[in-house]
Design a protein around this ligand. Structure first.
Ligand code: NAD
Ligand code: UDP
Ligand code: UDP
Length: 316
């Protein structure tokens, strides 16, 4: 009798978004069958256009706040707008996506016995009073502010993952992602890297919010995806939450200067009001990622900005 070989079937929610599209591509390279689920709120078909001819790839237009019935071996739950202007556009939907979306994906994982990965965020630490942030830090989050729909939604999703784990011993993997950038970011995404590069390429003023001394630590997308795959591959006892990010920390003024230098732009810096609850500093403690995953980032800011600038040129 003929023996059939089945590829591993992997569901990626938010698969047409910035990170999701890179993840779909990496999984296809590992010979997985990939089901990309997206409601196209911030995601774009263009991000996965190069994958459409691959017979192992399929896209479903679906909103994960509604139940989903598919048969898969692994789930990466990335669906959720990530940029502040996007997640604040319809904050109730943002919380629903994180909370009801997590319940649906955990229910699906439970039914089919799938391993499930949650894209959590450094925003669970809020405006931190510990620096850099280790996973053991519980955070300083405003529960009623304009960022809360995202921060608290992601915190509740983590709670759900760990309660499904405790109640059903499900295989879960929770990653806390720190600011990541690279090709496939939306040019009007509103996040700092895309804003600064688009402004520099157009010769527009570069908008610094606040005095520009606040810091972020920027991870290039290929490093992040490598960390995702390593975490998913760990034994049952490894659940996270685990920080994945690049500890190289920059002020927004330093970032603007680097973008101006690399684009050769004549743009000037202008100062705008700081949005409420904007964290003043952020840098991952990646000791756990090093020890448990053997992971650390390889691409520094300058090396990552170059291909990112090249990608954004098509939108100028
Ligand atoms: P993105 O906005 O490019 O991608 C999010 C994707 O989710 C989009 O394709 C969007 O259409 C889809 N989506 C949103 N709501 C949905 C819903 N209800 N049902 C189905 N699809 C839905 O953002 P990204 O940067 O790729 O972020 C991906 C994930 O990583 C998010 O969960 C985000 O919170 C997390 N994250 C990203 C960063 C970062 O720096 N990029 C940092 C921390 C956490
Ligand atoms: N769910 C889903 N797909 C499935 C299985 C479940 O979307 O394949 C949803 C289901 O609609 C439910 C949620 O996941 O609302 C949680 O499922 P669970 O079995 O944990 O809880 P229950 O159905 O008992 O409320
Ligand atoms: N920021 C800025 N100018 C912009 C967009 C953002 O100075 O045009 C600042 C923002 O206030 C924050 C930092 O850059 O302090 C990172 O913002 P982003 O929205 O990229 O990510 P997050 O605040 O979620 O880390």
């Amino acid at each position: 009798m003929q023996k059939y070989h089945f590829n591993k079937r992997v569901l990626v929610t938010g698969g047409a978004g910035f990170l999701g599209s890179h993840l779909c591509e990496a999984l296809l390279k590992q010979n997985c069958d990939v089901v990309c689920v997206d409601n196209f709120f911030t995601g774009r078909r263009g991000n996965v256009a190069h994958l459409l001819d691959n017979p192992n790839f399929e896209i479903l237009r679906h909103d994960i706040t509604f139940p989903l019935f598919v048969e898969v071996d692994e789930i990466y739950n990335l669906a959720c707008p990530a940029s502040p202007p996007h997640y604040q556009h319809d904050p109730v939907q943002t919380t629903k996506t994180s909370v009801i979306g997590a319940i649906n994906m955990l229910g699906l994982a439970k039914r089919v016995g799938a391993k499930i990965f949650q894209a959590s965020t450094s925003e669970v630490y809020g405006d931190p009073d510990i620096h850099p942030q280790p996973e053991s830090y519980w955070g300083r989050v405003n529960p009623i502010g304009t960022r809360s729909c995202y921060d608290e939604g992601k915190r509740c999703a983590e709670t759900l993952f760990f309660d499904y784990r405790r109640q059903m011993d499900m295989p879960i993997k929770v990653v806390r992602i720190f600011n990541t950038y690279g090709p496939h970011m939306h040019p009007n995404d509103g996040r700092v890297v895309s804003n600064f590069i688009m402004q520099a390429l157009r010769g527009d003023d570069i908008t610094i919010y606040g005095d520009g001394t606040q810091t972020r630590s920027f991870c290039y997308v290929s490093d992040l995806i490598d960390g995702f795959l390593k975490l998913m591959d760990t034994p049952h006892e490894v659940t996270g939450p685990i920080n994945i990010g690049n500890p190289g920390e920059f002020t927004m003024i330093e970032l603007a200067e680097k973008v101006i230098q690399l684009t050769g732009s004549k743009s000037k810096l202008v100062f705008k009001p700081l949005p409420s609850d904007d964290p003043k500093q952020r840098r991952p403690d990646i000791t756990q990622a090093k020890e448990k995953l053997g992971w650390e980032p390889k691409v520094n800011l300058e090396a990552g900005l170059k291909p990112t600038i090249k990608y954004f040129k098509q939108y100028v």
